[in-house]
Design a protein around this ligand. Structure first.
Ligand code: SF4
Ligand code: SF4
Length: 610
């Protein structure tokens, strides 16, 4: 606040040495000022934080962004890995209940006026480190939410010991659709080492881990309690904890699977400076080294944590799905020209080979790629974590604004390997099943459908890479559309942009492919437009010119299919004539591809336009 006020007054550079709690550069030195005292820890603790302006009530946030609210800061517990309780010096500070209610009312009014369109912003999360730590206060807040008739989908963090029957009922009545609990481990000795249970005696004075065993029982009870009250359950585990063995890690994940929760976060231990764990990790065979990557430290665990498989309802599976969707989006046609910025591109696919200089390519890309762009690197022949680190380092040095960068070849763990596999197969090999949730299917074999097609978690990826796949789709699409055969909407059509609605993405050059020779292609099946290092505006003009000429040659304006055809620039493996003939004589192809469930996830709103 002090720094922000100083910036607002325009006198930022004067007197920085008097602002507690900041670190800054002064010429060639890094200056770290003394820590700032914890705001709101003196005086009336029930409302100690109220002196801080509310981002909602002060009008900084509109209320429908899905950002959540804070009713308290900090945690009194002593879990050795936790940076939140370390930062708060194991104290908790509160906002008044009045302020919380005012903020919730503000958010409710904003959402009613302007409902959020996307999943992920349509609920309000209490971002407190531990909302129910003070169970009596939590009940008072819930009572007020109920009395004030606030109707919002709510979510909070809590600990299993801090949920009782009454609280669970109140949570349900107040609109909490879910609770999140960090379980961390299901092994009593590990829970003891990480001081998970408050006031537990040192291990040497005990031999039965009674409190830890009670904690595990309480986890079971709280999950059951939540379920009885129609509250979804989200839990977290940390693998690689001090003293933990591979067997212990497996036991924890098995325990979570038995709980049958709605979702679980399978995390790997991270050591944060300032925590007890940071200073003691080496006692347990865990090493913590500085890193150039996004997180400040590389971790080396005492056992191979990544060998522990993750379940269908785990965060890792979610990450894999999200990543896969992003990558498939790139390969399945890229961004539709109907959406978004016209003068930037969203996705760059780089086919790297040995000795490729990242600096060249990232420097060139950095001038053109959009802020929320993605870079997909198909990897080098050398295949090490050092390659990946080098790529990240150069990316940061080049100030490449892309927020997501995927490296699709490597020994970086199951995720990246699986994702690479998913892409590798349709591009270079035959189609075959890979993963129960993402299986490739030859289109002509899809007639029977997957055995468990009713399971909405199964997504088929139909690859239209062979002529016969497209002929099959063309033959079947009209009939299937009439029968409203939903199972076919559950897939994505890889390389289906030729048959989807919306103009060919190659036209605006919003997806580019840089091949091993440094050629720039607008489409996987297309011809090079030019060379890397050329002015992107010139390349775009070339693409537009090809489009104009091709539309004129094909006489698209007079064509029956004009309104629904992508007008593919590079129609291979078809000739232009074959492509046009297929488009004209099969009116359902484009709608069929566009209605694909995953295609719709890529381009929200597409269904509304059909
Ligand atoms: S079918 Fe051929 S001629 Fe008709 S709109 Fe498509 S590309 Fe143009
Ligand atoms: S040229 Fe054809 S296959 Fe390539 S992006 Fe355009 S529509 Fe898709």
């Amino acid at each position: 606040m002090e720094l922000a006020s100083r910036m607002k007054e325009g006198s930022l550079l004067e007197g920085l040495e008097n602002i507690a709690g900041i670190t800054y550069r002064s010429e060639n030195s890094i200056i770290r000022n003394p820590d700032r005292g914890l705001y709101g820890s003196g005086g009336n603790r029930e409302c100690g934080l109220d002196g801080l302006p509310s981002p909602y009530l002060e009008g900084m946030l509109k209320g429908n962004e899905g950002i959540g609210i804070l009713s308290s800061r900090g945690c009194t517990q002593h879990c050795t890995f936790c940076n939140y309780s370390a930062m708060s010096k194991h104290t908790i500070r509160y906002h008044s209940i009045e302020r919380i209610i005012d903020e919730l009312k503000y958010i409710q009014a904003a959402i009613e006026l302007n409902p959020p369109r996307f999943m992920g912003v349509n609920y309000v999360e209490f971002l407190d480190d531990n909302f129910t730590l003070n169970i009596l206060r939590a009940k008072k807040i819930l009572d007020r939410i109920i009395d004030e008739e606030i109707r919002l989908p709510l979510l909070c963090n809590c600990r299993p010991e801090n949920v009782d029957e009454e609280l669970a009922e109140l949570l349900n009545q107040a609109g909490f659709f879910g609770i999140f609990m960090g379980i961390e481990s299901a092994v009593p000795s590990v829970l003891s080492y990480i001081k998970r249970i408050r006031n537990a005696k040192p291990q040497s004075e005990r031999d039965d881990y009674a409190k830890e065993k009670y904690y595990i029982t309480k986890v079971r009870e709280t999950i059951a309690l939540a379920k009885r009250n129609n509250i979804k359950t989200y839990v977290g585990a940390i693998l690689g904890l001090p003293s933990e063995t591979l067997g212990d890690g497996l036991k924890t994940i098995e325990f979570i699977k038995e709980l049958n929760v709605d979702y679980y976060a399978q995390n790997y231990l991270r050591a944060y400076a300032g925590t007890e764990l940071f200073n003691t990790a080496s006692n347990y065979g865990i090493s913590v080294e500085p890193s150039i990557f996004m997180l400040p430290y590389n971790m080396h665990y005492a056992y191979p944590v990544h060998e522990i498989p993750f379940g269908d309802n785990s965060s890792l599976q979610e990450d894999l799905i999200k990543t896969t969707k992003q990558i498939l989006k790139a390969f399945a046609g890229g961004p539709d020209t109907c959406f978004g910025a016209e003068n930037s591109f969203d996705i760059a696919i780089i086919d790297i080979y040995e000795n490729y200089d990242f600096r060249d390519v990232f420097h060139w890309l950095s001038q053109y790629i959009a802020l929320d762009g993605k870079v997909i690197i198909l990897g080098m022949h050398k295949d090490t974590i050092e390659d990946f680190d080098l790529m990240q380092k150069v990316r940061l040095e080049s100030c490449l604004p892309a927020i997501e960068c995927y490296y699709l070849r490597g020994s970086l763990g199951a995720n990246s390997w699986n994702v690479f596999e998913i892409i590798n197969k349709p591009l270079h090999g035959s189609l075959h099943q890979w993963n129960p949730r993402f299986c490739f299917a030859e289109f002509k074999k899809a007639r029977e459908g997957p055995k468990d097609s009713k399971n909405s978690n199964i997504h088929l990826i139909y690859c239209l890479e062979k002529e016969e796949d497209v002929y099959f789709l063309a033959n079947e699409s009209n009939a299937l559309a009439k029968r409203n055969a939903e199972r076919f909407f559950d897939g994505v059509f890889l390389d289906g942009c030729r048959w989807s609605r919306g103009l060919c993405p190659a036209l605006k050059l919003r997806r580019i492919i840089i091949n091993q020779d440094g050629d720039v292609l607008p489409c996987i099946t297309g011809l090079p437009l030019g060379r890397m290092n050329e002015d992107i505006r010139v390349l775009r003009e070339k693409a537009s010119k090809i489009f104009e000429i091709s539309c004129e040659r094909r006489q698209c304006k007079e064509c029956l299919a004009n309104s629904r055809c992508s007008k593919c620039l590079f129609t291979n493996p078809f000739s232009e004539e074959e492509y046009c003939e297929l488009q004209r004589s099969n009116s359902e192809i484009s709608g069929f591809v566009a209605r694909s469930k995953i295609a719709n996830a890529f381009n929200p709103g597409l269904l509304e336009d059909l």
